[in-house]
Design a protein. Structure first.
Length: 215
């Protein structure tokens, strides 16, 4: 079972009702939407792993009405937040959030048949073994020709590329020595070993990185 995330990992504050608000999700929603515009399929079923507060998936469902969006989370408070945003938005292509622990080896069995899987800002919050399970399961959940979009902060060639990244990685690893930024080459290796037929890297704002993997 995935551990509770460290307090420094994901800043979200109460909004109205059950809704939580994460400033980072608000800041990067446009850039992530642009990334999906360039790399996501136009139609089909899309699973978002670790949907967090729900802000991202509302933006995606509004921007890409041809996709049916399936939010998921491991944390009950955040599942409630996603559901609250969804009730307010009333989007016909947005399904109910489900509990999903992607650090379990068999997690993809319950969510397979997807044309798209999206994972935003999780790998640095879990250990290497759990990260590999998340990556392998994401690819296993895809139909042939499906795409996995993975986004977050990563080391480049084993190095932290900014002072801000170094500070955040230190906060994470101090809270839990098993977590922190993953190396880009390791992640690409995990994707290939899990069955990706192609992996494309896209540099993103604020020193973040996206991997687009196809099966």
């Amino acid at each position: 079972m995935m551990k509770k995330l460290p307090a420094t990992a994901s800043v979200a504050t109460p909004a109205s009702g059950a809704k939580l608000h994460a400033p980072a999700a608000e800041r990067n929603a446009q850039a992530l939407g642009d990334l999906l515009h360039d790399h996501a399929p136009k139609t089909g079923h899309a699973l978002e792993i670790a949907s967090g507060t729900g802000q991202h998936i509302i933006h995606f469902a509004q921007r890409f009405p041809g996709l049916i969006w399936h939010p998921s989370e491991v944390d009950a408070e955040r599942i409630a937040s996603i559901a609250a945003y969804a009730r307010e938005a009333r989007l016909p292509n947005l399904r109910r959030p489900r509990h999903l622990d992607v650090t379990r080896a068999d997690w993809a069995d319950a969510v397979d048949g997807k044309q798209l899987v999206v994972l935003i800002n999780l790998l640095h919050l879990i250990d290497d073994a759990a990260a590999q399970m998340a990556v392998a399961g994401a690819l296993a959940a895809l139909v042939p020709g499906g795409r996995f979009v993975l986004y977050g902060p990563f080391k480049r060639n084993g190095a932290l590329i900014s002072d801000g990244d170094a500070r955040f990685h230190h906060q994470l690893s101090t809270a839990d020595p098993h977590i922190g930024y993953k190396n880009d080459a390791n992640v690409e290796h995990w994707l290939t070993c899990a069955g990706a037929t192609s992996v494309t890297r896209v540099e993103m704002p604020a020193n973040n990185l996206a991997f687009i993997a196809e099966v």
